[in-house]
Design a protein around this ligand. Sequence first.
Ligand code: GLV
Ligand code: MN
Ligand code: MN
Length: 418
Amino acid sequence: MSATTTRELVEIDERRLLRRLDDLAQRGALAQGGIYRALYSPAWSSAMELVAGWLKEAGLFVRRDAVGNVWGRIEGSRGGRAIVTGSHIDTVRGGGALDGALGVVAGIEAVTSLWDRFGRSTRILECVAICEEEGSRFNTNFWGARAIADRLEPGEADRVRDADGMTLAEAMRSVGLDPATAAGAVRRDIDVFVELHVEQGPILEDHGPRLGVVTTIAGTAHLEVTVRGQPDHAGAMAMTRRRDALLGASAMTLAIAETAVRMGHPAVATVGTIAVEPAQVNVVPGIARFTVDARHTDPARRTELLTQIGDACKAIARERKLDVEIRTLRDRPPVTLSPRIADVLRRACLAAGMEPRDMTSGAGHDAQVLTAAANVGMLFVPSIGGRSHCPDEATTADDVVLGTRALATALRELAYQM
Ligand code: GLV
Ligand code: MN
Ligand code: MN
């Protein structure tokens, strides 16, 4: 089929879709605004129960895998490798109602509508609510998708901890999962994974159209930078004799951002956390420790960005007579998504009367990890004001519906082949 063939746009139940997004947003809603569904927390369990209920209500075969990903499945009449859609259920702290949630709820709506309207698919068709993507609670991320793609590290569940010192393995046991069986989540029978997601940036809103097909996802490095100076009396030590670790870290923070600005789009670099020791109002900070999130879609440019960040931190440390240590916490390369699935998504967008924009994603997604296990495609809808990872994250109801209908149309082409 050529990329210009127009298909019929699949109908969905718009009111059910929007109501369910609202219902899911209540699970983990914070009194001060925003949502926090941390992996294996009560809010997470409650969201997963809600989702499992919707999948059962649709008449799908529902199961929870060894790490807690929840799957709903239509047994295709011709079997073979599965066509899967979905996204993650967890959120950042104080996140919004759509990051991950849209791909889960829209995936359920698309699969339910296809089942209701066209009956059994020829291919196995599944929807998955992935247990964790954000890295919000534990010092690790993409836990759910990596479990599916056989990318968990040996001993990882016993090694990584949350801020209270609980290991991931202990947290798994608290929700009835056995960390020793985590390998049971591996899937080697997925043909295609398609994820609908909010863009989380301003390109579609600023330049249109209302649908984007992702071709590349940026690679992300997470660094931990420790700056060591000298703790001193905040009243008595002369300003000119101090070795203030926080002042060094502050200069480094500015230099890191400037490095990405100088390199230009799509280079980005963010200092997202910082802590000082001894953290007392009347003591000059002796240690400052901060994290860096640095991204680029081009592998060589990303390496250059990381080199420049490291050089800038070392130069500032030398100038200020500080010590600096840079540790790589994790490093995920950029990935290219499947051109074949991108074409399927383009045809679905054309069925909606729209030539989609080809775009790169600065945000990380389960889709990038699942490229190790499947042919992967991603569809974006606009984010109002480009806002995400915050309580104001939003997309118009029309765009949520449009994206879900395009997703359903793509899944129809993929899973209902004769
Ligand atoms: C997750 O949303 C990330 O891009 O870090
Ligand atoms: Mn997401
Ligand atoms: Mn996110």
